[in-house]
Design a protein around this ligand. Structure first.
Ligand code: HEC
Ligand code: HEC
Length: 280
């Protein structure tokens, strides 16, 4: 099924690539939370979180700031993991720990919970970032950010889609991600070089790793699927594909405008706060 989907999407990719370069679609689609990140989903997720059906709040606290279970505001899984990983953890729990699976929830409900968790401490709780978003938008193109990052459906796929990045990261985390990108590389964006038993070297981003197999997304958008046993070694690779010299290259005011631009993308998020079910 997945292979079929992938073949189909590669055909579509080929079709799109030819006439309009900007449609280079993200091969990440299947791992992305399918529910809209709007006030309704977040509210639904919040209600589920507080419900007797899930008991999430019993362990993680009504405000999700942690109790006997981890704080979900600062959870790395919530902040930096893929949508798919968050989904798996909520749905299947963490075997061998106190985190139970949720067999009675529909997939849609699990995704709503994920949307709620990802909204925590982010949208609507922060004043708009200072700076000129329109200048920032220009820098985003001129500096080459868009070659690797998609925003609202246009751009490259080597880096994460930044359409709603300001709804996931605080301004400080955003700044840090730009000037010090190697410090905390998001899952699914780690560069690797695999050397197969046949001596073939495959370089790209490590996606969908499991115990037995893994996938590498190459720079040309194609996937290499390998089994662990077919790989001789993983050669050392750079920490990240993102350029690491923006601190030096971007004057502070340009960086500020870029932040204002990225922040201006979180359109729906700002309204979300007032919709949250109050946890009392
Ligand atoms: C019985 C207590 C309990 C309940 C109920 C519970 N959790 Fe957990 N949860 C835990 C514990 C304990 C961990 C830490 C697991 C570990 O050691 O990795 C955890 C981990 C997590 C994590 C990963 C945090 C991280 O950074 O590793 C997420 C996300 C999470 N829970 C969300 C939820 C959601 C959403 C619900 C409700 C659907 C829920 N939990 C219900 C106890 C619980
Ligand atoms: C050559 C490709 C490339 C270019 C050019 C590039 N990035 Fe990145 N960027 C990446 C990759 C890959 C990651 C994920 C790995 C990491 O965090 O280092 C990333 C991560 C990020 C993140 C963190 C995203 C998240 O979800 O955690 C932000 C923010 C970001 N880039 C902004 C920018 C901005 C702004 C520019 C232009 C000034 C830029 N990037 C230029 C490849 C690139």
């Amino acid at each position: 099924m997945r292979t079929l989907y992938r073949q189909l999407s590669l055909v579509l990719l080929a079709l799109f690539l030819a006439p309009v370069q900007t449609r280079a679609q993200t091969p990440e689609k299947e791992n992305v939370n399918p529910v809209a990140r709007n006030a309704q989903s977040i509210q639904a997720g919040n209600a589920l979180y507080l419900s007797r059906q899930t008991l999430c709040s019993n362990c993680h606290g009504a405000d999700a700031r942690g109790g006997e279970a981890p704080d979900l505001y600062t959870s790395r899984t919530v902040l930096r993991g893929t949508d798919q990983r968050l989904f798996e953890i909520i749905k299947r729990g963490v075997p061998g720990s106190g985190m139970p699976p949720q067999p009675t929830l529909s997939d849609e409900q699990v995704w709503q919970l994920a949307a709620y968790l990802q909204s925590l401490g982010r949208p609507g709780r922060q004043a708009p970032v200072a700076g000129d978003p329109r200048r920032g938008a220009r820098f985003f193109d001129e500096t080459g950010c868009r070659r690797c990052h998609m925003i609202q459906g246009s751009g490259g796929f080597l880096g994460p889609d930044l359409s709603d990045v300001a709804a996931r990261l605080t301004t400080e985390e955003l700044r840090h991600a730009i000037v010090n990108p190697a410090a905390d590389v998001r899952d699914g964006f780690r560069p690797v070089t695999a050397v197969t038993l046949a001596g073939e070297r495959v370089t790209g981003l490590l996606k969908n790793e499991s115990i037995f197999s893994f996938e590498i997304l190459r720079a040309d958008g194609t996937y290499f699927t390998g089994s662990r046993s077919s790989v001789r070694e993983f050669a050392p690779a750079e920490a990240t594909l993102m350029p690491q010299d923006y601190q030096r290259r971007l004057p502070p005011s340009d960086l500020q405008d870029l932040l204002a631009f990225l922040d201006s993308q979180r359109s729906e998020g700002r309204a979300a706060d007032s919709w949250l079910v109050k946890a009392h």
